[in-house]
Design a protein around this ligand. Structure first.
Ligand SMILES: NC(=O)c1ccc[n+]([C@@H]2O[C@H](COP(=O)([O-])OP(=O)(O)OC[C@H]3O[C@@H](n4cnc5c(N)ncnc54)[C@H](OP(=O)(O)O)[C@@H]3O)[C@@H](O)[C@H]2O)c1
Length: 328
């Protein structure tokens, strides 16, 4: 069915600012036996796409060409070994490349049905953040109901999702963000405490709040020691990015005395079998929260696919809250 069909993809060559992004029309390959061809209704824009555009995040081997890690739309073709999805189904999927497109090929194992109650646009903003939060906060971080969870970057795509998933699980949630408006959004999403890190000392506030058990950190740098300082015994610090840098000086004494776990992961490079395992867990545990209205996608803005440069200018500006979407 895909024969003789073309699709638009977005390339960043050479690496640089949003101005390097260009759309290229390419032949659309047929899906392999374990793949699904999706006619995209919307594609999510994520911070890792910016890092790739800047030339610091090469695509893993075997990834489809082009930027973009998530999509939602209608299944228009399935590979020979695919079961559980049929032509006409509405789905969302995590992909390791080529997600900014009108037609996207996804592994069936990393594809989910569009959750009831969400539009396809809302579903397009789910996979990258939900998979990341599930595997880091709930698997590596083993967050338990009643524990205190701290997420930095509370209004990022990841942060808005992490606040809601942790609350749905019964945790107490503290979030940091860079403006009063962003802090208000964190509270609207369920955060018990929101800290404007530009005006307040999050270390002091978390200590006064009784310490934290699990931290999802995307800042790194000077935050790492502060995070360690405020963790309760047995606490888990999960690093998923380093907006302030991946190098820091640490005093490991507290790690030992408080029996802390320092861990982290990246999603994109993980094997398909791992992504399929995470997808199955998301289906079992997170889709019910979404369908019960406890977790939703926060949409910041929508841009035409042809206007992808404006979408990345918005991402680079850092004023956004929640997800930026591309509409093919
Ligand atoms: N490891 C993984 O598997 C994985 C997967 C997906 C994403 N990530 C990472 O997770 C992070 C969030 O991704 P996203 O797509 O959700 O990002 P996003 O929506 O673009 O948000 C990034 C957030 O970082 C905050 N920020 C920026 N610079 C900061 C600084 N120096 N100190 C403190 N906060 C800062 C900004 O909020 P304020 O205005 O409040 O500062 C913004 O909300 C990114 O760094 C991304 O690379 C990792």
């Amino acid at each position: 069915m895909a024969q003789n069909r073309t699709h638009r993809i977005v390339l960043a060559q050479p690496a640089g600012g949003p101005e390097v992004l260009r759309i290229e029309e390419q032949a659309l390959p047929a899906p392999k036996a374990d793949e699904i061809l999706i006619r995209a209704a919307a594609c999510g824009v994520n911070r890792p796409d910016q890092i790739e555009r800047l030339g610091f995040y090469p695509a893993p081997k075997g990834a489809r060409p082009g930027l973009g890690l998530e999509v939602a739309g209608e299944v228009i073709e399935t590979g020979a070994d695919v079961s559980g999805f049929a032509v006409g189904d509405e789905v969302c999927a995590l992909v390791s490349g080529g997600g900014y497109s009108d037609f996207v090929i996804a592994k069936a194992g990393a594809t989910l049905p569009r959750p009831d109650g969400l539009t396809l646009e809302e579903a397009a903003g789910l996979p990258e953040t939900v998979f990341t939060v599930w595997t880091n906060v709930f698997e590596s971080g083993a967050l338990q109901p009643g524990e205190t969870f701290l997420v930095h970057g509370g209004t990022s795509g990841i942060g808005t999702t992490a606040i809601q998933m942790a609350k749905a699980h019964g945790a107490r949630v503290i979030a940091t963000a860079g403006t009063a408006e962003k802090c208000a959004l964190c509270r609207d999403l369920g955060a018990d405490i929101a800290i404007n890190y530009r005006e307040e000392d999050y270390e002091e506030i978390c200590r006064e709040a009784g310490g934290v058990d699990v931290i999802l950190d995307m800042v790194g740098g000077s935050y790492v020691q502060k995070n360690i300082n405020i963790m309760n015994p047995g606490g888990r610090l999960v690093s998923i990015a380093f907006l302030q840098g991946s190098r820091c000086e640490l005093d490991l004494m507290l790690v030992m005395l408080k029996r802390l776990t320092l861990t982290g992961s990246t999603l994109r490079a993980r094997p398909d079998t791992e992504k399929a395992r995470i997808a199955a867990a998301v289906r079992d545990h997170v889709l019910p929260w979404i369908e019960a209205g406890k977790v939703r996608t926060v949409i910041d803005s929508r841009f035409e696919l042809d206007d992808v440069r404006s979408a990345h200018e918005r991402l680079d500006g850092g004023q956004h809250s929640g997800k930026i979407l591309l509409i093919p």
